[in-house]
Design a protein around this ligand. Structure first.
Ligand code: ZN
Length: 311
């Protein structure tokens, strides 16, 4: 090494995501009326939300009161777990309590993000938890999601019921399409697809010449036979091709050129170069006669370039 151009060290406090005692539900979530935030102000036992799912309390009895669930605490195995429970330890909780599956998601800048999803969908209790974060103290707290579709309501436009994939938060209209989707989605880690805001949703490019319509296009279909070689790998042997010239400026109707016989590729290139020559003559003729035309010969030749085909 001769010298170092630049050197940066970034230091940050390590705050692993884990639950704790009660923190307030943010307003943008509370208005959806789809979570139960159990108010355990005097302890760090953050799995009251799981008990709130298993022992459902009706809305008119204030399900956020911790007294509804405290006497159910002994029925859950927590041997070896430390509270407050970190997201990475949720899997241990599931191993100790084999009738419970827990999914955890959070909100980042009002975007729902799945944090932990495991394929225990067949278990008796499948619990969806939302991990809240207090902006000032950075404390975390689990709340129970009673209605996941309502929580992610901004992600779909139809007014009917939605079926939400817990792995990617995609919303489906029909339950059977979600059921078909999950085997493919669950092989990946949880993720969420977000779309850019209108101001950021503009693509920029510099190849302006591609904006202009070309006067002639050749559509070519090349057919091959596949014959295995000695190593068992299929070799594509050209057997024929069909080429159709299409024009948006020429009133003439062109017939497709079909070839099937020996030496297909030689015949293919011969035909394409002949087409190029014929088209260039037509374009030159139109330009000589003052026809309004945006495509110059150089541009046309580029579009007819066979470099890619020959690769
Ligand atoms: Zn999915």
């Amino acid at each position: 090494m001769d010298y170092i151009l630049d050197f940066n060290i970034t230091l940050a406090p390590f705050r692993p995501a884990q639950g704790s005692s009660y923190i307030h539900t943010p307003r943008h979530i509370a208005v959806k009326k789809c979570v139960v935030n159990v108010q355990n102000r005097n302890d760090q036992l953050c799995f009251y939300s799981i008990l709130a799912h298993i022992h459902d309390v009706e809305s008119d009895r204030n399900p956020s009161r911790v007294c509804h669930y405290r006497h159910f605490l002994p029925e859950r195995v927590t041997t070896g777990l430390t509270f407050t429970l970190a997201v990475k330890d949720v899997a241990k909780f599931e191993r100790l309590n084999e009738d419970v599956a827990v999914n955890v998601m959070t909100f980042d800048e009002r975007q729902p993000i799945p944090l932990y999803v495991k394929p225990h969908r067949q278990r008796k209790h499948v619990v969806n938890l939302l991990l809240l974060t207090d902006d000032e103290s950075s404390a975390h707290h689990y709340v129970l999601i009673r209605d996941l579709a309502r929580l992610v309501r901004g992600r779909y436009k139809h007014h009917g019921k939605a079926f939400v994939c817990q792995y990617c938060l995609h919303c489906f209209r029909c339950e059977h399409t979600l059921t078909e989707h999950i085997p493919q989605c669950s092989i990946h880690t949880p993720q969420v697809v977000t779309y850019p805001k209108p101001d950021d949703a503009v693509l920029h490019y510099t190849a302006m010449q591609k904006e202009y319509p070309v006067p002639y296009v050749l559509y070519v279909n090349l057919e091959t036979f596949q014959t295995p070689d000695d190593g068992g790998v299929a070799v594509h042997e050209a057997s024929g091709f069909c080429c159709l010239r299409v024009s948006r400026v020429d009133i003439e109707t062109f017939e497709p050129f079909l070839y099937s016989g020996p030496d297909v590729l030689t015949e293919f290139y011969r035909h394409i170069y002949a087409e190029q020559e014929a088209i260039c003559k037509k374009v030159e003729h139109r330009e000589r006669n003052g026809t309004v035309h945006r495509c110059r010969r150089a541009s046309l030749s580029r579009h007819l370039s066979l470099s890619k085909l020959s690769q």
